[in-house]
Design a protein around this ligand. Structure first.
Ligand code: ZN
Length: 216
């Protein structure tokens, strides 16, 4: 299905998305801290309280319950203050959270159960399209000379009008074997269509028996 190079490219894309999410988060935090310095102070105080609490419990473990109660009370006050400051300044409470393009997999490609995320599957489908030989042909030849060796011009047509999505299929017979595209009906004829960025679609007549559905 997808070769190693494609998988590496997809994994790099995910890594870039995660780096960008981390950078965006950092920028939002810096912006808030600059606008409301007290918020940064509160964060430091919360951290300090946690440290102090741990130290006190170490020195006097018998009083752990009492110390933890104090700590929780302090924490609640500080967090209240922070959340009020954010509200007054019109800042969303999740400003310091990572915002991933895909919430389902946090831009890792895999969900909580270790299964391929739907965004990963979509990337694989896209990759299958872009490696299809029509797009490769387009890259190396200009549009005027675009043709298939095996097909006459009236069998292959360029369709610049929008085309409804068709079932994803792979050609299993004939000279276009291996090509991945969509099975569509144009003027009552079944055709395989490959979407080419900017150029619309390339369509080739395709007997239904020549294709099989693509499943990931
Ligand atoms: Zn995802």
């Amino acid at each position: 299905m997808a070769d190693e190079q494609t998988l590496n490219r997809i994994m790099n894309e995910y890594e870039e998305l995660r780096i960008s999410a981390a950078n965006e988060r950092k920028k939002r935090i810096e912006k808030v801290n600059k606008k409301i310095p007290r918020v940064a102070e509160i964060e430091r105080e919360i951290f300090q309280c946690g440290m102090e609490n741990t130290k006190r419990i170490f020195k006097n473990p018998d009083k752990a319950d009492e110390y933890n109660r104090d700590f929780k009370e302090n924490l609640r006050k500080l967090e209240n203050e922070k959340s009020n400051l954010l509200k007054v300044n019109g800042i969303s409470a999740d400003y310091n959270k990572y915002k991933y393009k895909c919430e389902n997999c946090s831009d890792t490609g895999y969900d909580k159960n270790g299964k391929k995320c739907k965004c990963f599957k979509q990337k694989l489908i896209n990759a299958a399209y872009s490696v299809s030989n029509i797009e490769e042909t387009i890259k190396t030849q200009n549009f005027d000379t675009f043709s298939f060796d095996y097909y006459s011009k009236d069998v292959i047509s360029m369709n610049s009008a929008p085309l409804a999505r068709g079932e994803k299929v792979r050609v299993i017979k004939g000279p276009l074997t291996g090509l991945v595209g969509e099975l569509v009906t144009v003027d009552g004829k079944s055709k395989i269509a490959v979407r080419l960025n900017m150029l619309g679609c390339a369509c080739a007549d395709m007997p239904v028996g020549y294709v099989e559905p693509v499943r990931f």
